[in-house]
Design a protein around this ligand. Sequence first.
Ligand code: MRU
Length: 345
Amino acid sequence: MSISTISWKNSCVRIIDQTKLPLRLEYIDCRNAQCVWDAIKELKVRGAPAIGIAGAFGVVLGIGEIKTNDYAEFKEGVDRVIDYLASSRPTAVNLFWALKRMQDVVYANYDMPVRGIRRLLFKEAEKILEEDKGICRKMADFGSRLIKNGDCLLTICNAGALATADYGTALGVFYRAKEKAKNFKVFACETRPLMQGSRLTAWELKKHSIDVTLIADNTAGLLAKEGKISKVFVGADRIAANGDTANKIGTFNLSLVSFYHKIPFYVVAPSSTFDLNLKSGKRIPIEHRKAKEVLELQSKKTTSPGIKVYNPAFDVTPHRYISGFVTEKGLIYPPFERNIRNALT
Ligand code: MRU
């Protein structure tokens, strides 16, 4: 992939500042955990897998500030850095999954000199990043088998290279299908309020010469009714054990439209996005963001003063509206509760 969303360069975490796209391709070099926290919070780096990778490298930067060789003190310091990074955004479970992997390294190596643990933590963060690349390719391979010549595909938000270390989840499926010379086109929802669809997905797909048409979010129902959508592919931020799926606000609407019109609806996500501790989607923590994001468009007010706002960043699609999951382990079909557990454990 020609897009390097997140990497480790010269002792810094280098990320594309996605708030500047598509007008400017700018990078930020984070030198401390606070910078990473801020980048996650402000959506400079975003998308579930990318947030996880950023969190892991955030720990690497955070331990640079823990000046001790005493294991107990070091462990306490790491726990503090992890809690801090975990407070950035609540919904994408990949962040907590990656932070737990980092924490496990510290806990498992209590008998090692702190200097050695520091090295292992860096290696673990690198491993999380490298693994994500392979996982993207596997999901793309499985998912691309679902795409037929002539398909018109619908997606929301950005589940592409900008949301991962490599190929993306839902968009990775499209990239692989294109490599296989399949002929299809994509409709991208603009994804109010922060426009990940129009700013990021449209940019990414065009850059990779995929036939993309942008639609306002409220156009999807009509498109489906007109028979212009053959399949829907979306990413995910957290998937409960029964298959209920949290993803960008508006995904639930698309699932209803798809269900009504009998359009297959696929969720593409790595196993790190599944949270088998949650029986259903009811307990998935949903992030609520600032009113300003709805009241303004590109820093210009779009409504009169004093208007109240309700701004959840994600919704939960009940599993019964989902046709299947595309994971790095293969495709998962209903009954989800049993098949998810079998595939992932
Ligand atoms: O608020 P965002 O932009 O981080 O939301 C991202 C999404 O909802 C994506 O669809 C999801 O993280 C999957 S990314 C491969």
